[in-house]
Design a protein around this ligand. Structure first.
Ligand code: FMN
Length: 312
């Protein structure tokens, strides 16, 4: 049998053949709004096939993180309405479509991002000084603007942008989204992996979330690695792997960071033990209460001990 032209099931979708169209930036969106126009409807419709899969070109998640002038986006109502025409044309041929969501990290220019400075995990001037790096801007090809280092506290905002873009993509009818945040743009992939992991968690896709969070949890940035481990432990709990979650919480308690203090990990562990080992939960709550009198963790622990949820 010819495997290429045989059907395949990917999660909940079935494809009639395995010729998948890779995401390809074509720079054909109508500017300045990054709106898919007639040309894009025609382009995707030409490439749609019965039971075949197309992954859209990378599409910006927010105007401020837009780094490629000709690309479309999923951040405005006008874009969503126009994407609906594209997906309708693909579906009319019984084709299927995923949307690729894009934050271009340090590979951007202030002319394209409405003045926002590109961001990366750390600052590397050689990136914007390298004459071989060119990005698409309203005035043509240019070297990227100097970027700044993203603060760990800012990651949540980017996750939110990905989430909002995923919602918009959902409204425009592709079946799934692919989160794009790659090494070249972010320098150290761990930041990108972390927010990709959280975005997948938000979308209930635990497999890709686990893969991304595992990568981020190996980061040299201990503050970021701890956040990723905390999220990973939560995912283990969600997927009935309490043993692995307990191991992770215990490691985090032994190696506190400013992003995940010991009391935060202890609190999660105590909550996990509430049903499986109430005596141990009580012991942990008592420790947190004694050690962290002024913090939110201390107050939650005190509440638990004074009759929040009964502990035997
Ligand atoms: C013109 C062009 C545009 C591309 N745009 C994207 C893109 O928007 N998103 C992406 O993830 N990859 C993009 N890629 C990478 C392709 O999807 C593909 O992964 C790459 O061409 C390697 O595939 P191959 O090994 O089959 O050649 C682009 C590649 C080309 C040549």
């Amino acid at each position: 049998m010819n495997v290429l032209f045989s059907s395949v099931t990917i999660g909940p979708i079935s494809l009639k053949h395995r010729v998948v169209m890779a995401p390809l930036t074509r720079s054909r969106a109508v500017q300045p709004g990054g709106v898919p126009g007639d040309l894009m409807v025609e382009y995707y419709s030409q490439r749609a096939s019965d039971g075949g899969l197309i992954i859209t070109e990378a599409s910006s998640i927010a105007a401020k993180s837009r780094g490629w002038y000709g690309a479309p986006g999923f951040y405005s109502d006008e874009q969503v309405e126009s994407w609906k025409r594209v997906t309708a044309a693909v579906h009319a041929k019984a084709g299927r479509m995923f949307a690729q969501l894009w934050h271009t990290g340090r590979s951007g220019h202030v002319e394209t991002s409405g003045g926002s400075t590109p961001v990366s995990a750390s600052v590397d001037p050689t990136y914007w000084q390298d004459k071989s790096h060119l990005v698409s801007t309203p005035s043509g090809w240019q070297q990227p603007s100097p970027h700044r280092a993203l603060e760990t506290a800012e990651i949540g905002g980017i996750v939110e942008d990905y989430r909002a873009a995923a919602e918009r993509a959902k409204a425009a009818n592709p079946l799934f989204v692919e989160v794009a945040g790659r090494y070249r743009w972010w320098k150290i992939g761990a930041n990108a992996q972390y927010f990709a992991g959280l975005t997948y968690l938000d979308m209930g896709q635990t497999g890709p979330a686990e893969a991304a969070l595992l990568k981020a949890s190996g980061s040299h940035d201990s503050a970021l690695a701890a956040l990723a481990r905390m999220a990973l432990a939560g995912l283990y709990q969600q997927t009935d792997r309490n043993g692995q979650a307990v191991d992770l919480y215990q490691q985090l308690i032994k190696n506190p960071t400013n992003t995940v203090p010991a009391s935060a990990a202890k609190l999660q562990l105590a909550q996990l033990y509430e049903t499986t080992n109430p005596a141990q939960a009580k012991k942990l709550y008592a420790e947190i209460k004694d050690q962290d009198k002024t913090t939110a963790a201390g107050q939650i622990a005190a509440q638990k001990l004074s009759g929040g949820k009964p502990l035997q």
